[in-house]
Design a protein around this ligand. Structure first.
Ligand code: NGQ
Ligand code: ZN
Length: 458
């Protein structure tokens, strides 16, 4: 049993910011937290400490595409044209590429203050759409990358079977994603075994979207998962684009989130990724369901998705978290700024997304994203409290944007200020992964990433 004692002059605890906090950690889990304590020989943290942020939505391979889809075509451009470019790009990715890109990305995430990630993993098969000799080859690469980086992983193998609503056969660009119910459930069983052996932290599933999965398939994969783990996370893309909403209405006479609310028992296991286009009734009922809305602010801005109805959702105290999705941004503080800025730009007002009982917008956004993020990942994270994993971020108060800030003002400055390097040290599961902004494996990861890009871009 390894045990560590940490001492912070300032720490964000569930009850708020506290001074002189002693944190006891055993085997990676926090066992005791005491404010107003003496350091008593404990290791001193080199700045204010906050819980590390969960990243609720990642397609790791898309990190290698950032910057490659920003050229105007002859006509007007949109999400669906971007998706074609994305399909072309992923057509050449090998298992080795996937691992190299994911390792680079996960190290970037840790440096930025994310300590866990839900990987929505759908790149299952080889370039011809055939299963690899080991059908879990690609999933294994994701696990290996997470282990190299040392980030907490919730692995969500994706079930993808159709091109659009009504069980339409998949198109050529989608061949690497396709599973039948049986082959998918076998994969889930394999990965669940890995989680049991401690190779990764949690396994759930991700029916890709109501476009890619029929109601019968959805019921079959969810009930299989429940036989393995009754509380496992279930993530699904929902209502990201207006075309998707309209196609769903044409298919079912319901909007996507309304369809899910009526046909699936949405609860705290579920994360609806994007949930961008909600009517008032859906907003209210989604909040009430205790499912998590997985907001991906920088990607949603990049893809021109639209703006989530955050003001009404916040009023109903709906749960939400933040995801990196396509990784055009890898910075939890920037993602949170975009959540608020989208509303300011839309309404010509300021300080809109408040949290009950808190003056600070940034402090409230950070706390809410921790709560929803931990729920969506199905991991004991998101709080500096007993029974939670010791996933800690030590802020860098030498950054000019943060000097002399304390408490929630520190979070407001990290989110809304011109900060360069908000994070100094990062601990995951009781061990230091980032020290002074650096990761031990960063040079190897960058070399592997560079070699990968050289091949993919030639
Ligand atoms: C994805 N990404 O699965 O990578 C999707 C695009 C789709 C986002 N939705 C594909 N941002 O939704 O069909
Ligand atoms: Zn996505």
């Amino acid at each position: 049993m390894t045990s560590t004692r940490l001492f912070a002059t300032e720490a964000l605890l569930p009850q708020g910011w506290c001074n002189d906090v002693l944190i006891e950690v055993e085997d990676g889990t926090i066992t005791a937290v005491r404010a107003g304590a003496a350091a008593d020989g404990a290791e001193s943290l080199r700045g204010p400490v906050i819980p590390g942020m969960p990243n609720v939505h990642s397609h790791a391979f898309q990190r290698a595409m950032a910057g490659l889809t920003e050229r105007a075509g002859p006509g007007s451009d949109n999400f669906w044209a971007w998706r074609e470019l994305m399909y072309q790009f992923l057509g050449r990715i090998t298992p080795q590429h996937n691992e190299a890109v994911a390792a680079q990305l996960y190290i970037e995430m840790l440096k930025a203050g994310y300590t866990s990630v839900a990987e929505f993993h759908y790149l299952h098969h080889d370039e011809r759409g055939q299963a690899y000799a080991d059908p879990a080859e690609m999933a294994g690469r994701i696990v290996a990358a997470a282990n190299t980086a040392g980030i907490g992983l919730t692995l969500l193998p994706v079930f993808y079977a159709h091109a659009t609503f009504g069980g339409v056969p998949p198109n050529a660009g989608q061949q690497r994603f396709i599973h039948g119910i049986d082959s998918f459930n076998i994969l889930v069983d394999r990965l669940t075994g890995w989680a049991g052996s401690g190779m990764l932290r949690r396994v759930g599933i991700a029916p890709h979207s109501l476009r890619a999965v029929t109601p019968a398939e959805l019921a079959a994969i969810v009930s299989h998962l429940e036989t393995r783990d009754a509380h496992a996370p279930i993530h699904i893309h929902a209502a990201e684009q207006l075309k998707e909403v309209n196609d769903c209405i044409a298919w079912s006479h319901k909007r996507p989130v309304a369809w899910l609310l009526e046909n699936v028992a949405l609860d705290g296991r579920w994360c609806l990724v994007h949930a961008t286009h909600l009517d008032d009734d859906e907003t209210f009922r989604l909040a009430e369901s205790r499912a998590v809305a997985g907001l991906c602010p920088s990607t949603e801005a990049n893809l021109g998705d639209g703006i989530f109805n955050a003001p009404d959702y916040f009023l109903q105290e709906g749960l939400w978290g933040i995801g990196g999705d396509s990784h055009v941004g890898v910075d939890p503080f920037r993602e949170l700024a975009i959540v608020e800025y989208a509303q300011r730009l839309k309404s010509a007002r300021r300080n809109i997304l408040g949290t009950p009982g808190l003056m600070s917008i940034g402090g409230g956004l950070y706390r809410q994203a921790l709560l929803g993020g931990a729920r969506a990942l199905g991991q004991p994270v998101g709080a500096i409290a007993p029974q939670h994993r010791a996933d800690l971020v030590v802020m860098n108060t030498d950054d000019a944007a943060l000097v002399e800030h304390r408490g929630d003002s520190l979070l407001d400055a990290a989110i809304f200020g011109p900060v360069c390097r908000p994070v100094r040290d990062v601990m995951v599961g009781g061990s230091w992964k980032i020290r002074d902004g650096h990761h031990d494996g960063e040079q190897d990861a960058l070399a592997g990433y560079r070699a990968t890009l050289r091949q993919l871009l030639q």
